[in-house]
Design a protein around this ligand. Structure first.
Ligand SMILES: *Cc1c(COP(=O)(O)O)cnc(C)c1O
Length: 423
């Protein structure tokens, strides 16, 4: 059984058959991982069960911007685990208020709601927007609409699937009727204006750069126009910065590229430095104040351990100047990678350390990632021909140059091996 499964994913197998076999036998079949079994991480590096070391160029989909097992974040988590892990929100705790203050001041918002996973932050943002729609904007009961973009990704709950236009995500998980979600093309202000000029629109939720869609960057000026239209039509601008936020794109928030401030922003992933699920919704006071006691909650949301970890994770971003490093290293990455455009590679795009390489061979991304793994670098395809390169933001220039060499060497190897991919 194992042999078939491995053969299915390519000709290269990289140890750890025992562990893969167990996942295939007992795990729900909802992922298709590269055949690498990891057992240790430190900073930029991951190790597999055979002892092979890799550069991590996925960073757990940007959940470890601070690098694996950052000692300061680990220490914060370990010491808090021994002191007080969870109280529930039935009582106050000595860390939540401070953490909310830190989040509000770091990102310039008035109020903060701490949750756990990214998708919960998205769900919470939609609940807040709908309630604001009824109580502040005056939308008739049961009529509130939320607008999303084509190819959006914000998680896997029923609402997230109901806002998706990708059949892989919604097929046979319905019905979704009644959610009152609208989907418009991304990076299209005319479509947005048309969609939100009705009277029942509560919010427009979008990713400043679409991550899962393959690092899709909108035209410069889009954020500003979205801001203007949302203000004009009294619609909440909700920025999903779960992947783009916390330095990933070379700014603290991606919307900072146009100095635009949304009404609500969602954060998760690196808010924890990868140690545990932590998410947050930040917003203006007049919006967040629609939540009153009993209207929303979470058993684990805002627990003391999450608070300590989030404080440490944000501290590392600031102390180690990771936002600046992300911008600088990203420039080098794109400049060097662009030199490979032609033979095998079609396009290199990105901002900061959120980058994608598009290859000519429509189904070649998987094979390239297998070969990259063999050569000591882990990355994951987002589509048949797009590879996302999102290393931890701690990468230094020497490491980056070594990684560029690995990618270059791998592309040349594959190119030689399969010259017809060029057509
Ligand atoms: C990963 C992601 C989410 C969902 O986060 P989970 O923690 O997996 O629920 C939401 N939005 C964006 C943009 C993401 O990349």
């Amino acid at each position: 059984m194992l042999k078939t499964a491995i053969r299915k994913v390519g000709s290269i197998t990289i140890g750890g058959e025992y562990y893969i076999e167990r996942e295939l036998a007992y795990g729900a079949n909802n992922y298709h991982p590269l055949p690498v079994v990891l057992c240790k991480g430190e900073g930029m590096f991951l190790w597999d069960t055979s002892g092979k070391c890799y550069y991590d160029f996925l960073a757990a989909y940007s959940a470890v911007n601070q690098g694996h097992c950052h000692p300061k974040i680990v220490e914060a988590m370990a010491s808090q685990a021994k002191t007080l892990s969870i109280t529930s929100r039935a009582f106050y705790n000595n860390l939540l208020g401070e953490t909310e203050e830190l989040l509000c001041k770091t990102f310039s918002f008035d109020k903060c709601l701490m949750m756990n996973s990214g998708v919960e932050a998205g769900e919470s943002a939609i609940k807040i927007a709908r309630r604001w729609g009824y109580e502040v904007k005056g939308i008739p009961q049961g009529q509130a609409e939320i607008v999303f973009c084509s190819n959006n990704f914000w998680g896997r709950t029923i609402a997230a699937c109901g806002s998706s236009d990708d059949p892989d995500r919604y097929k046979n998980f319905g019905p979704f009727a009644g959610l009152n979600f609208k989907i418009i093309p991304y990076d299209n202000v005319e479509a947005l204006e048309q969609a939100i000029s009705g009277t029942n629109i509560a919010g427009f939720m979008f990713e400043p750069i679409q991550g899962e869609a393959g690092v899709v960057i909108p035209t410069h000026g889009y954020y500003e126009k979205v801001r203007k239209l949302c203000t004009k039509h009294k619609v909440l601008m909700i920025a999903d910065e779960i992947q783009t936020g916390i330095g990933r794109t070379g700014k603290m928030l991606c919307l900072d590229w146009e100095n635009v401030k949304p009404d609500i922003v969602t954060l998760a992933k690196s808010l924890s430095g990868g140690l545990m699920p932590i998410s947050a919704v930040l917003g203006k006071k007049e919006v967040m104040d629609v939540l009153v006691p009993g209207s929303h909650g979470s058993t684990f949301g805002g627990n003391p351990m999450a608070c300590r970890v989030a404080q440490a994770a944000l501290g590392v971003i600031k102390d180690e100047k990771l936002v600046e490093n992300s911008e600088k290293m990203g420039e080098i990455f794109r400049k060097q990678m662009s030199k490979l455009i032609g033979g095998y590679i079609k396009e290199v795009r990105g901002r900061g350390l959120m980058n994608a390489v598009v290859i000519k061979n429509k189904k070649g991304a998987w094979d390239l990632c297998l070969k990259l793994a063999e050569n000591g670098l882990l990355a994951k395809p987002t589509h048949g021909n797009i590879i996302r390169f999102t290393p931890p933001l701690i990468i230094n220039e020497e490491q980056l140059n070594e990684c560029i060499q690995i990618i270059r060497k791998t592309v040349v190897e594959l190119h030689k091996f399969n010259p017809k991919d060029n057509d």
